[in-house]
Structure formats: structure tokens, C-alpha cells
Design a protein around this ligand. Sequence first.
Ligand code: MTE
Ligand code: MO
Length: 319
Amino acid sequence: MLILKPADIRPSEITSEANYLNRRQFIKAGAMAGGAALSAPASSAIVPAERGAKLDGIGASRFSTDEPANSFEDITTYNNYYEFGTGKGDPAKNAQGFRTRPWTIAVDGHAEKTGPIDFDDFVKPFDLEERIYRMRCVEAWSMVIPWVGISLADVVKHFRPTSKAKYVAFETLLDPVQMPGQRRRVLDWPYREGLTIAEATHPLSILAVGLYGEVLPNQNGAPVRLVVPWKYGFKGIKGIVRMSFVESMPRTSWNMAAPHEYGFYANVNPEVDHPRWSQARERRIGAGVFSSKQPTRMFNGYAEQVAHLYTGLDLRKHY
Ligand SMILES: Nc1nc2c(c(=O)[nH]1)N[C@H]1C(S)=C(S)[C@@H](COP(=O)(O)O)O[C@H]1N2
Ligand SMILES: [Mo]
């Protein structure tokens, strides 16, 4: 057995480990709650409004990676959320007072069920699951994040899109009073993203409402954000207030800002470089100063599950 001297243990590992033990406990609790409610229909997701509140009834996921997760500290202090500033430390500082209740999500477009829906009602019909996913930012760094979320496929099916719905488009809140970054035209606000219906109904796509078993911190996209683990991080739109079922490919913020650098698909691809840097390798945040960069894997390591979505598509052209 390998015994580490305290000096060899990085603070990030200690945080990770403490959280990992908590995680095992809440997953057990979730499994027990499930067992007790065998005769009841699907559970309902309840997401408390209070910052840092524990989430109950979380199931484990067969889709989780067993790579060690980044620490809570790494995940909540090194962020991209331009509505709260462009520095990695800005969202953690500037999003603290952000109000996530009341929160309404507009569901519109080609679906049988549409309309404004209160966030608490929006999540209620679904099951909460922990999904430990690799996240690869287009800036060539990566993390492993234990999200708590609901299946986006379940959400899409719930609203019963019609055959005209070929894409799902998402929008972030537009509120320059609360979001200081929106007072500058860094991007064309509100932040926008989109997926094909096939991508949105793939079992790996989730809407995250928590991380490390707690309510999602504001800097990570509270109360709800998208997580699509085979795509670059910018697809993971935060603070979602609109979900639209649309017929044509929606415009997306980074593609609008720099179309030659950011495409609609944004699949993680070590063979297609960003015009200004290589995408072949990535730096795992928190991995220590002596660790070198690691190779980036096709579709961020999820190729077996998702490559079939793109057969026949030229991934150099459709980056
Ligand atoms: N609304 C909004 N969503 C956003 C962004 C943003 O600036 N605004 N940044 C994206 C980028 S580039 C990344 S890498 C991820 C980062 O998510 P994290 O801070 O939770 O790790 O959020 C994405 N979602
Ligand atoms: Mo990113």
C-alpha cells in the first residue's frame, strides 16, 4: 500500500477525498430512498434555493468516469462565465449575490407542451443523478466534475417536440443589472447555445442542478446549466431561461463572435486545431506543477458512445 507523507498530499486531493466520502454517503441514502419507494412512480427532483444546500435522493450513474474528480475548490474558483467577468476568478467573486429564485424557464417552439414554467416545477418530474464527467474547455484545460443533474433526453421527451423540431436552442438570462459582464459588449447577449435533437436526446446529455451533492454554485450556472461531456465547455450554457424547439440550426454565441474559431458542433477533437492553438493536448487543472499535459481524446473520451451521431459528417468542416 502506498502511504503518502502529508507533504506529498496536495490540498486539492484532501478536499476531493472529503467530498468523495460525503458522496458515497448520499448515494447510499439515495439508493435507500429509492428502495423504500418501490411502489411509487418516478421520484421527483427537489432542488432547494439556498446556496450550498444538500440535494436528496441522488442516484448513481453508470455513465460516470472513475478518474479522480477535481476538488470543489478548483471547480468553483476557476470558471468561465462572461456575464460575471472574463477572468477565471471573476465569476466566483461577482456571482455571489445572483438571485436564482424566482426563476422561470420559457419553453417554446415546435412542441406539444410549451409555456413559461417555474424552475421548481420544471425539474420536478425527473430523477436526480450524479454524473462524474470529464470537461474539456476549448482553451485546452480540463477538469473532472461530479455533476448532479437530470437527463436532458427525459426533459425533451416530456415536452413532446413535434417532427418539425430538429434542434434545441438555449438562452441565458439577460439582466445587465445583476450581470455586470453584460454591460460590456464582449459577446452579443444573451449567451446562446444549441444542440441537434439527436444530441439533446443522447443519454449523456444532462441539465445540471448541482455539484458535489450540493445546489449548483452561482458561478457554475445556478439554478440550471447544460452539460454535454463530448463537446467543448462553451456548449455548457449556464443560467438557462429559455429552451426552444426549432427547425433550423440556431445561432450560438461563440460562433457569432468568431465563426472561424468556433463552430456549431464544437465536438472535442484533437485532430482539428483551433486556428490560434493546438487541441492535441490538455492541462488538467489542479494536477500539479510537475505534471505535463495529457493527450486529448476524440470526443473527450466518449467516442464509443457518441461517434455514431456524426457518421458521414466531415468533422474538419463541421467543427
Ligand atoms: N451563460 C454562459 N454560459 C457559459 C459560459 C459563459 O460565459 N456564459 N462559458 C462557457 C465556457 S467557455 C465553459 S469552459 C464552461 C465553464 O463551466 P464551469 O465554470 O462550470 O467549469 O461554461 C460555459 N457556459
Ligand atoms: Mo470553455
